[in-house]
Design a protein around this ligand. Structure first.
Ligand code: HEM
Length: 162
């Protein structure tokens, strides 16, 4: 949700800076819930002698590390919007952010492999995720293309051949 807020709300000028505060609130809350889940997983893991879910566990540790890095860099090392290094910060923040999102979703499937619920739960999870992403992308692209079309049909100043 935090990523979706940054990706889809930011394009509306009227939602600035609301998107920014919502993005921070969502990501901080997600981080707290994520750390609680990670700590619970580590505790359960240490209590289940002889049971090892190595990849789910290792991906969880990688996710926790990158999420901590992402939050700290975003809160304390974010250059101002017009700073010459901001473009590099954006590049890292977007890259690490999407990596966390993709790896997080992948690890949900690893967790589902462990629980082994009925197939319908995996299908439901995929359907809801894909459905939301497709809908929001479609709306965004319609708006972007409309804006482009309106700009290109506006008469421009000083380009009348005189
Ligand atoms: C684990 C936590 C976080 C994750 C996973 C994350 C992820 C992301 C992603 C994927 C984007 C790009 C969305 C897009 O435009 O496609 C983004 C944008 C942004 N995020 Fe975060 N974020 C996190 C925490 C934060 C925090 C704590 C702050 C501020 C204190 C922050 C500030 C921003 C800003 C300013 C942008 C827009 C950058 C630009 O100008 O393009 N983020 N975030």
């Amino acid at each position: 949700m935090g990523v979706a807020i940054a990706r889809y709300m930011r394009m509306f000028q009227s939602l600035d800076p609301a998107w920014f505060y919502l993005h921070i609130a969502c990501q901080l809350l997600a981080y707290i819930i994520g750390v609680a889940g990670w700590a619970t997983g580590m505790k359960l893991g240490s209590q289940s002698q002889g049971v090892r879910h190595t990849s789910h566990r290792n991906i969880g540790i990688v996710l926790f590390s990158f999420a901590t890095l992402q939050i700290l860099c975003a809160l304390f090392l974010r250059p101002k919007k017009d700073h010459k290094y901001r473009v590099y910060w954006n590049f890292c923040h977007h890259g690490v952010g999407y990596m966390i999102a993709v790896l997080g979703i992948f690890n949900v499937f690893k967790g589902l492999d462990i629980l082994d619920p009925e197939k319908k739960w995996r299908v439901a999870y995929i359907a809801v995720l894909v459905g939301i992403v497709l809908l929001l992308e479609a709306i965004t692209w319609v708006i972007v293309l409309k804006r482009k079309y309106n700009n290109s049909t506006k008469p421009s100043d000083g380009d009348n051949g005189v």
